[in-house]
Each structure stands twice: as C-alpha cells, then as structure tokens.
Design a protein around this ligand. Structure first.
Ligand code: SAM
Length: 230
C-alpha cells in the first residue's frame, strides 16, 4: 500500500525514488502483482505492476476501491518532544484518525524547531500502514501565545491538564475540536491561565496519574474519537 502525492486516475503511473525502492526492493513485486495506492484526493485505487526496476516501477492503475475517507474534525496541538517521542505521537495521531497535527512552542518546550518534513514522512508511513485514504496535515510550528490569540471561533480546545479538569469522557462533545498537550515539563502557571481564558477552552483530566506527553496525546485522541463515535 503506497501513498502517491499526485491525484490518481486510471492508466499508467510511473513510481520512482523511495516508492520504487519500496515496491521493487523491499516488497519484491514483479509484473502482474497487485498494489494499492492512495492519493489524499480521490481515495484508494487498485493497480497492477507492469514492470519493476529498482529505480523505476510502472503500474497500471485500474479501479477505485474506496473514496477518500471522511476525516473527523480533530486537531492534535502538542508541544514537540525529544527524540523519537514526537514521531511516536504523530504516528499514533494518524492511526487514531486526526485531521491535523500542530506543533506548539511553549516556555518549557525543549525542541523548538521540530523537523516538520520528518513528521510529514511519519504521517505518510502511518497512513500507508493503517489504511487511511487522507493524510493528516502537519502545520508549521506556532508559539502558544499566537495560537491562543488566533484561536478559531467555534472550535473547542480540550486542554489536557494534569493539575485537574473535567473527566475527558464526560467533557468531550462531537464537533470541531482540538486537543492541547504540553511538553515534558508541562505548562507553567501563566500559560495555564492564558489557555483557560481562551474562548472555547475546556480543561480536561485524563485521570489521577501524570502521563507522559505522548501517552496523554494518544489517550486524549482515543477518548475524543470514542465520544464522537469515530
Ligand atoms: N514528565 C513527563 C514526560 O516526560 O512526558 C510527563 C509530562 S506531562 C506534564 C505533559 C503533558 O501531558 C501535560 O502538559 C498535559 O497536557 C498532559 N498530561 C499528562 N498527564 C495528564 C493527566 N493526568 N490529565 C491531563 N493531562 C495530562
């Protein structure tokens, strides 16, 4: 199963670069083998390999298998974390169905220049693996103050606060929403007050234990998806 950035249509499609390497060298596909492709525009297609070289694979795109999915209107807004933790968080957010990942820079954020291209690559890999036909958008990093100042009307901001809030399952309602997760060191008091004063903000608790930020992100997204029936 492979993502292609250009919209798909029936007919011949040439794949090169990493996609060709994956199909020919990793999956060892040969002429006649089936491949599933998706493009974040039309949906998922069945294709058949016509020729496979290490640098260049030609496919015959045949049939639309499924239209692009309906994406639940949930953003994950989270401080970038150290090492592989932010990659794990992005991967799980994609698997769980979020529409958008927004890296937010806070006072205690350790990594203030997250590698957005790498996060986008992780989203693609996760989408290929989990059967999504839409790619979550990865936004450019934004400072917390700017994020709160420009917060869109009508979008709930579920602020995961380990210092207390309404139980997440009871507080989360269907509708346009975002989940806000802090960095390893949490938000400071001033940030916490600014978030709580933002129209649409709803402080939520994920239980009595202090979760790692990446665990908190996956748990909060899963609870929202369950509450929204997605
Ligand atoms: N030091 C650990 C780490 O390295 O990840 C824990 C960090 S915790 C302070 C990071 C963020 O996870 C918090 O800012 C909050 O958004 C969220 N969080 C953790 N536990 C939570 C809980 N029980 N309820 C709500 N949010 C929680």
């Amino acid at each position: 199963r492979l993502y292609v950035p250009e919209p798909l249509a029936p007919g011949a499609r040439r794949i090169d670069g990493a996609g060709a390497h994956y199909l020919a060298s990793v999956m060892r596909l040969k002429a006649g083998d089936p491949v599933k492709l998706f493009d974040d525009a039309t949906g998922e297609w069945l294709a058949v390999v016509e020729s496979a070289g290490r640098r260049d694979v030609t496919l015959d795109v045949r049939e639309l298998l499924a239209p692009r999915e309906r994406v639940p209107d949930l953003w994950l807004v989270a401080a970038p974390l150290k090492k592989g933790r932010v990659d794990w968080m992005a991967e799980k957010a994609c698997e769980l169905g979020v529409a958008r990942f927004v890296p937010v820079v806070t006072r205690r954020t350790v990594v203030d220049r997250p590698n957005v291209d790498r996060l986008r690559a992780h989203m693609i890999e996760a989408a290929e693996q989990c059967g999504r036909t839409a790619l979550p958008e990865v936004a450019e990093p934004v400072k917390l103050a700017a994020l709160l100042r420009d917060w869109p009307d009508g979008r709930a901001l579920y602020f995961a606060d380990e210092q207390g809030g309404a139980p997440a399952r009871a507080a989360m309602k269907p509708g346009a929403a975002a989940i806000l997760i802090g960095p390893e060191g949490g938000f400071d008091d001033e940030e916490r007050a600014a978030i709580r004063a933002t129209p649409g903000a709803v402080p939520i608790s994920l239980g009595p234990r202090i979760l790692r930020a990446d665990t908190a992100a996956a748990a909060a997204v899963a609870v929202w998806m369950a509450a929204a029936g997605d």
